[in-house]
Design a protein around this ligand. Structure first.
Ligand SMILES: *Cc1c(COP(=O)(O)O)cnc(C)c1O
Length: 476
């Protein structure tokens, strides 16, 4: 497919407004020293170009997208319509409080609902993504220990099954990362955790259900042990799809939590678009929260706490993502929140049960919103890897599941169907998974070549990530 610059023809354009027949004033100054080189095309060419590009893109709208940990659920366009309303889309953060009462109410309501779902007392909507939320939450923990003159607490404990952003955020926030091993069941090894706790413990970061899709039944004991050592508990709630409305991180003993609005709460993601990673905390940490709090009953206003950690992003964060989340939450309602979670868990278990006789499960028990397959044996026997199977699934019209995550499972495929898929879709996916495996056993050499049906087959993913080409080279 051609790039838009390659389709450009000098002078080509579509004009709707005739050129003025009166003299136009010249601009008084131009900062740009050279002419802006934009592609020159007619409107229909532009339209066709982007339609073709869209057709090359794989999204939830195009087919099954079981990307574990990422919750690629179908998002109702209704939420987009709400976010595009002029009262939300056309406001400016420097407007007076009086002139944005509706927006402040949206923020206030969203914070209250998220606080209720997570069992926290206060929230900030400022962080722009999950990892950004983690970083913010860790700064709260740091500020808390500092405020008490407790400067020795420099270590954050992170289980080895954690999402990669957890240790990265802890290091970014200036902590030392201490690894906690998992036991053979996939849970936190409680004895090993206790051995690592001490007067240098700042806190623990945990996801529950964890990244292998299991709910750790020792959770109260884990968070209690950390508290007894003087540390705080951070809950990675990037993916809340299995538990929202059913159990609350606040009741499990967590002090700080972030949620990804762009996973659980209806915002399309994955293409680098705007996200939102609100952070909630218990009351004793609320004065450290960044940004402003919405206060007042009838007249809402923005207020800053004096001891806050500062801003982690400008103004109120990615506001339209917040609008989408609220629209989604209000549309599913109080009953819909736990029902969504139950259906997410049901769908994951249904798919797992349709696969477990041929695909070895990393932890063969009832899962939460996702499950992890291990293809170590397949690789030993046939040379076909988890990557090959994932690529094969593209030929069946689906997006591959998450590969090689978590790191503690070898040749891992992490599958999360989400609650928005029908039984027919899950059955078709199960058939595709099974067929892909059969093909791998019959023609292992072909497995390395998959996908066979796409324009680009096996790009150099490392190079694409490390050295992305994002500028058109005019060759001069
Ligand atoms: C996605 C995810 C994150 C990171 O969220 P981003 O918005 O991508 O920064 C953190 N933890 C878990 C468990 C996740 O699934």
């Amino acid at each position: 497919m051609k790039l838009i610059f390659e389709r450009s023809v000098p002078g080509r354009k579509t004009e709707y407004i005739p050129l003025p027949d009166v003299p136009c004033p010249e601009p008084e100054f131009e900062r740009r020293g050279t002419k802006l080189r934009l592609p020159e095309l007619s409107e229909v060419q532009v339209d066709r170009h982007y339609t073709e590009l869209a057709g090359e893109t794989r999204g939830v709208n195009g087919g099954f997208y079981p990307l574990g940990s990422c919750t690629m659920k179908y998002n109702p366009p209704m939420a987009e319509v709400c976010a595009a309303l002029p009262g939300f889309a056309d406001v400016h953060p420097l407007q007076t409080d009086e002139s944005i009462q509706g927006c402040l109410e949206v923020m206030d309501m969203t914070e209250r609902i998220l606080a209720e779902i997570t069992g926290m007392d206060a929230m900030t909507l400022q962080p722009a993504a999950g990892a950004h939320g983690e970083f913010t939450g860790l700064l709260l923990i740091k500020a808390f220990h500092r405020s008490r003159g407790d400067t020795l607490r420099r270590k954050i404990l992170v289980p080895d099954s954690a999402h990669g952003t957890n240790p990265a955020s802890a290091a970014m926030a200036g902590f030392e990362v201490v690894n906690i091993p998992s036991d053979s069941r996939g849970y936190v090894d409680l004895e090993e955790l206790k051995k690592r706790l001490g007067p240098d413990t700042a806190g623990l970061m945990l996801t529950n259900p964890n990244t292998v899709g299991l709910f750790d039944p020792q959770i109260s004991e884990i968070t209690r042990a950390v508290h007894e050592a003087g540390g705080l508990n951070y809950y990675d709630g990037a993916n809340l799809n299995a538990i929202m409305g059913i159990v609350r991180p606040g009741d499990m003993g967590f002090d700080v939590v972030h949620v990804n609005l762009h996973k659980t709460f209806a915002t399309p993601h994955g293409g680098g678009g705007p996200g939102s990673g609100p952070v909630g905390c218990k009351a004793f940490l609320s004065d450290f929260l960044p940004g402003f709090r919405v206060r007042g009953e009838k007249e809402l206003k923005r207020e800053n706490a004096a001891s806050r950690i500062g801003d982690v992003r400008s103004f109120g964060g990615n506001f339209t993502v917040v609008v989408k989340a609220l629209a989604y939450l209000l549309s599913i309602g109080r009953e819909g929140v736990p029902r969504t979670a139950s259906n997410a868990v049901l769908n994951a278990n249904y798919l797992m049960h349709r696969l477990r006789d041929v695909y070895p499960m990393a932890f063969d028990q009832t899962c939460m919103h996702e499950f992890v397959i291990t293809l170590e044996k397949l690789r030993e026997e046939t040379g076909v890897s988890a990557m090959d199977i994932a690529k094969t699934l593209i030929d069946y019209g689906m997006h591959p599941p998450t590969m090689y995550c978590p790191l503690i499972v070898h040749e891992a495929l992490m599958v999360e169907p989400t609650e928005t898929e029908s039984r027919e879709t899950l059955d078709a996916a199960a058939d595709a998974f099974r067929d892909a495996l059969e093909q791998a056993r019959l023609h292992p050499e072909e497995g390395h070549l998959r996908p066979l049906t796409t324009r680009i087959r096996r790009p150099d993913e490392v190079r694409a990530a490390r050295k992305p080409v994002i500028r058109y080279d005019f060759g001069d």
